[in-house]
Design a protein around this ligand. Structure first.
Ligand code: NAD
Length: 262
């Protein structure tokens, strides 16, 4: 992929101030795109203000992606900067509760679906008119290995990530005639803060040491490796670029080939 493969592309990323979303923002901007991201974490939003492209090619707002009124307002602000959109990355996601289903709190379970699935409906609904204008668009829904396999003790997360795959397949069929492509990217286990939290919660529930759980996570992929946030960012950049102009309706794992999730 060339270094300016996203020249003049306008991209929106939900949950973009840290983790995969922020790594993806930096990759897309380095390839020529402008990115408008949102997040609810003020300290992460403040940190990105130091980036040299802040308020030039990177714009950011505090928006709760799971609240439709906030998303509608966010898109009003986006339209003041971008007249059209080429890319939407529905990245926002929370881990949801860990535990056997009879012990899980209903509120936490439902909240996972609001953040991980229903937010994507809100963002996609606002984005489609802006992509139809340019007769070009690439929507990327971030799913997970848990959207391809079962994931014991993480029922709400797995349900949300399979829902993302169903949404992707359906939207690709609905939007193909407008030259809008829709794909799901399924990251493997990423080295970073989020997995540290997941490992800590699993260790607490199973009473197994975090080190054993960490080694077990790595052993689940054929390549016996963690995945880097940038691996996901590079895949997203490719999917938004013209080089992927016939790739739609696909569920693409970037995970060193996950063989099991247990
Ligand atoms: P992360 O927790 O590092 O980043 C997610 C960001 O979303 C955070 O900045 C957080 O503040 C923000 N956020 C949370 N709730 C929000 C809300 N309601 N509105 C707006 N922003 C909100 O997570 P990540 O690892 O970068 O994950 C990104 C995506 O990748 C998620 O959909 C996740 O499920 C998926 N994923 C991650 C992994 C992994 O190992 N990290 C593996 C598979 C899939």
């Amino acid at each position: 992929m060339s270094s300016n493969s996203l020249q003049n592309k306008k991209i929106v990323i939900s949950g973009g101030a840290s983790g995969i979303g922020w790594a993806t923002t930096k990759i897309c901007v380095a390839k020529g795109a402008s990115v408008y991201l949102c997040d609810i974490d003020n300290s992460a939003l403040n940190k990105i203000k130091k980036h040299p492209q802040y308020n030039k090619k990177i714009f950011a707002a505090n928006v709760d992606a799971s609240k439709e009124s906030a998303v509608i307002k966010f898109f009003k602000d986006i339209k003041k900067k971008f007249k059209y959109l080429d890319g939407l990355i529905n990245n926002v996601g929370i881990a949801g509760p860990t535990g056997s289903i009879e012990k899980l709190n209903s509120r936490d379970w439902v909240r996972t679906l609001y953040v991980n699935v229903i937010s994507h409906f809100y963002f996609t609904k606002q984005t489609i008119p802006l992509m139809k204008k340019s007769k070009y668009g690439s929507i990327i829904n971030i799913s997970s290995g848990a959207g391809i396999m079962g994931f014991p003790l993480r029922s709400s997360y797995a349900a949300s990530k399979w829902a993302v795959v169903g949404l992707t397949k359906t939207l690709a069929m609905e939007l193909g005639k407008y030259k809008i492509r829709v794909n799901a990217v399924c990251p493997g286990t990423i080295k970073g803060d989020r997995m540290e939290r997941v490992i800590r919660d699993k260790a607490k529930f199973t009473k197994i040491s975090p080190k054993i759980i960490e080694d077990d996570f790595i052993s689940m992929s054929s390549m016996k490796t963690w995945v880097a946030e940038e691996d996901i960012g590079n895949m997203c950049a490719f999917l938004i670029s013209n080089e992927a102009n016939k790739v739609s309706g696909q569920v693409i794992a970037v995970d060193g080939n996950t063989e099991r999730m247990d």
